[in-house]
Design a protein around this ligand. Structure first.
Ligand SMILES: C[S@@+](CC[C@H](N)C(=O)[O-])C[C@H]1O[C@@H](n2cnc3c(N)ncnc32)[C@H](O)[C@@H]1O
Length: 318
């Protein structure tokens, strides 16, 4: 399939895009920096820095694309760190970008068309927490390939909606659609027993894992596959490294580098994620009573539980 026929996205992005969500993405950016040790993994530092030499040798500055940049927190930091680079952020939604340096610019629109302006031009492409949200993640990864120069560097990252317990076993999520209490909001008179019934309906499954599972089902493309599979399906990529990172939430985890800080940052991130996603849950059919009950259990679990979330990071060359 050629890049100009790809159907990356026709439907609207499902997560919030307001200022609060941009602030949350800022917190999540801190989480990523703690996980990988900075704006990019140390293992590719040499490649990034070699672009500085190329910048002096070439007339045009090296081009860095941040694909689905959100608040552009990564691209703006990149532009500040490397004033010699030309950094371009792409997104469906524009933000204020008030502290952006002059070597950063933003292009608004759907990636399936805006990326076509840069065929074979990018030296580095950063695409974080985007691939699962587009209709055709495979087409996106192919388009990223076509937008890079030969020898260009891909930084591809994504989160997951699963939760592990302290023994790193998968936690069973509460599934609201299997609950008998879901019709509460449509009943004329609320039954006083509904709260109790909802709690019974959870059968001891995790409310925290349930909220993430719910949003994963709502937002993730049905054609999404792990990022490593998506990359390996496009001929030409040379994968340098592909790994998963565990982040503890509200505890330091066991044997986790930067565990203490990660635990604190993810705690703030996930509490904000619950609040930010409430509106979407209402629109998806949950009653406000149910969300209120869910929120209480979610908070209690995050407060006392010992969970991990998982994040994936891949680096590759064209
Ligand atoms: C979860 S946010 C991640 C933002 C940023 N990469 C980060 O890590 O902070 C996903 C972003 O992808 C953007 N997005 C999703 N689908 C898109 C599309 N088809 N074209 C352009 N942007 C898209 C959304 O608007 C949103 O800002």
């Amino acid at each position: 399939m050629s890049a100009n026929t790809v159907d990356i996205r026709k439907a609207a992005y499902k997560l919030p895009t307001d200022v609060k969500e941009m602030d949350r993405l800022g917190i999540q950016h801190t989480l990523w920096s703690l996980l990988i040790g900075g704006l990019y993994p140390v293992s590719v530092s040499d490649r990034v820095e070699s672009l500085l030499d190329a910048a002096t040798a070439r007339e045009k500055p090296p081009v860095v694309l941040d694909v689905g940049c959100g608040s552009a927190i990564w691209s703006i930091e990149m532009a500040k760190t490397f004033p010699q680079f030309q950094v371009v952020g792409f997104d469906l939604n524009a933000q204020k970008f008030s502290d952006a340096p002059t070597n950063f610019r933003f292009i608004q629109g759907d990636l399936s068309t805006t990326l076509l302006e840069f065929p074979g031009q990018a030296d580095i492409i950063h695409c974080r927490c985007v691939a699962q949200h587009v209709v055709n993640p495979q087409a996106l990864v192919r388009l990223l390939y076509e937008s890079l120069r030969p020898g260009g560097l891909l930084l591809l990252a994504d989160g997951d909606w699963i939760v592990y317990d302290q023994h790193k076993k998968l936690v069973e999520p509460f599934k609201w659609w299997e609950s008998n209490t879901v019709t509460t909001s449509t009943r004329k008179s609320r039954e006083p027993t509904s709260t109790v019934r909802l709690e019974e309906d959870s059968h001891g499954r995790s409310w925290y894992a349930g909220w993430l599972d719910f949003f994963g089902n709502l937002t993730k493309s049905k054609d999404y596959r792990p990022i490593e599979e998506l990359v390996k399906s496009v001929e030409g990529w040379k994968v340098l490294d592909s790994r998963s990172y565990l982040s503890p939430i509200n505890w330091p985890g066991e044997g986790i580098e930067n565990g203490e800080d990660l635990g604190k940052v993810l705690n703030i991130n996930q509490r904000n994620f619950f609040l930010g996603a409430k509106e979407i849950a209402l629109r998806a059919g949950l009653s406000s009573e149910m969300i209120e009950i869910w929120g209480r259990h979610y908070e209690a679990e995050v407060e006392t539980g010992r969970f991990y979330n998982v994040w994936y990071y891949l680096t590759a060359l064209k």
